[in-house]
Design a protein around this ligand. Sequence first.
Ligand code: SF4
Length: 403
Amino acid sequence: MTSPGTTFELAQRPSDPAERRRALFPEATDAQWGDWRWQMRHAVHDAAGLSTRVPLTLDEQAGLDETAKLFRVGISPYYLTLIDPAHPLCPVRMQSIPVRAEARVRPGELADPLGEDPHRPVEAIVHKYPDRVLFLATDTCSVYCRHCTRRRITRGGEAELTRTAHEQGIAYIRAHPEVRDVLISGGDPLLLSDERLEQLLAPLRAIPHVELIRIGTRMPVTLPMRVTEALAKVLRRHAPLFVVTHFNHPKEITPEARAACERLVDAGVPVENQTVLMRRLNSDARIIKELNHACLRMRVRPYYLHQMDVAEGCEHLRTPLATGLQILEQLRGWTSGLAVPHLAVDLPGGGGKVTLQPDYVVERGEGETVLRSFRGERYTYPEPEVTDCACPYDSVWTSRSQR
Ligand code: SF4
């Protein structure tokens, strides 16, 4: 296999991150390497910095050039060492280095693919669903993912997510008793210091109607050194708080990533994973199964497998809807239910998420339904004779709130 502009022999074995670290950052001490602020100071942000560390294909060189004004580039040294220098379709490389196709907007692609902007009563809040809000904490990230849905925000300059914006967001939630679930995202909220996070989380937790806080972050994947014991304690203090992270390929589950996830779970912070399905990167049941098994081994629950949103410049990474269904078909029944995520499609333009699954119903008959098993065999499920499903005790149970 060749790639346009590739002038090197394609890798036959994955590159070794430890060797890459020695080659790319020989001066870094272990203390520096393990310090997330050092990592952020040494992140690579442009074509010049990248080309001295990764032999770029012509497609990547053109991509860096043509997308320079459209979306940021940023790769932490840690994540950079996971890039295979000898394969343009390395999954880490595909997620972090732009190609020319990213500069093209295809029919149907949208700047705001989830239709969030019409539901932003204040700068930091998206209130689209009845009982939950998205809290935009920052517009910066440790790695700028080429598949980012919220690139209109993470490219910078769209929003000023300052302390004032945070305070307005908290005030909005305080004034809306229907909000019981707050998803803090951005950008990557764990780029805020522990002190800033505390200043955000403490007032949210003090709002009586906020039952649940979630933090959407790629830090365990792209900068696991950010997940310190001190951070885990801050997050635990504001339980119930879930971390929702975003591993897309088993290559990203390194010893450092595993330690970060386990540090959170050990501290009492549950961690879930949302994977984005991407063409030629992870669009294969074998890869998703290996990824989900590896997540479960580090006590991270596979939660969603996301059909790629119709964000501008992402079509080259998008799979047909049928691919996700085929992958689920090859997981359901063939491995633990815990390793089978929901296949979610966020409807273009703001309809919200729906989940898809293969259809196991073969026939609906009078008094019985015929289903197929994961092996394709037919089974008949007899329907009960009495079908009244009202729950009379519920009026007793719900009366407790009126006492
Ligand atoms: S970390 Fe999340 S918000 Fe940031 S670029 Fe990646 S996908 Fe987008």
